[in-house]
Design a protein around this ligand. Structure first.
Ligand SMILES: [Mg+2]
Length: 219
């Protein structure tokens, strides 16, 4: 069975929208200025800044005005509690599975948080499995995490595809294990000159349809 690996944050789910929603509620709940939304989104950097560093920046800025456990709750559960799976993405994944693809989520992050997102959105019932960097002991783009994803479902990386929004983590990672890839642009432009994805798509649903279609025409 062909293997389709998928990134989670800002690929299958709009993690930044969920976090923005959580931050907006957090600022209102603690009587903080709405302008801090832009500051916090920039500190968070799409979830790529280590949680500890975001917590420290927030503690410094809100010293004495916000309880430390409120900051922890926002950072631990904020995005995970609010994340949703868009219907077109759900449909596309369902079609991929029906077409015989083995679908595995490959995500960098912490197990508690990423599994909460996977279960809250119902992705756990759609895909065949998931590999999270915290438990794998390796982060994308390291080849080890892609090998772990293939091994977790008894699939081969030969002819496998990877779909993701991060040029470095997802697309460079896929190239490192000779997998095909579709970069999900989310409206951005490709800026890397030393490597490229096999294909590009504007969102995850189109990317999945593209992979299914490519294989059909290749046979
Ligand atoms: Mg991502």
């Amino acid at each position: 069975m062909p293997l389709l690996m998928l990134d989670l944050d800002n690929t299958l789910v709009d993690r930044d929208a969920a976090f923005r929603h959580a931050v907006t509620e957090f600022l209102a709940a603690h009587g903080l200025p709405e302008e801090d939304l832009a500051w916090l989104m920039s500190v968070d950097a799409g979830g790529y800044t280590p949680r500890q560093s975001v917590a420290e920046a927030m503690t410094e800025r809100y010293d004495g005005t916000v309880p430390a456990d409120a900051v922890r709750t926002l950072l631990d559960r904020g995005a995970a509690d609010r994340v949703t799976l868009a219907e077109p993405t759900r449909d596309a994944l369902t079609k991929a599975v029906a077409a015989g693809w083995t679908c595995v989520i490959v995500t960098n992050g912490r197990v508690a948080q990423q599994e909460l997102k996977i279960r809250n959105t119902g992705l756990d019932a759609l895909v065949h499995g998931w590999v999270i960097s915290e438990s794998a002991g390796h982060e994308k783009p390291a080849p080890e995490i892609f090998h772990a994803a293939a091994a977790s479902v008894g699939a081969s990386l030969h002819g496998a595809w990877m779909i993701g929004d991060s040029a470095q983590a997802d697309i460079r990672g896929a190239a490192g294990v000779d997998a095909h890839s579709v970069w999900v642009s989310n409206g951005h432009r490709w800026t890397e000159s030393t490597f490229r994805p096999t294909d590009m798509a504007t969102d995850a649903a189109s990317a999945v349809h593209h992979v299914i279609g490519r294989r059909r025409t290749a046979r």
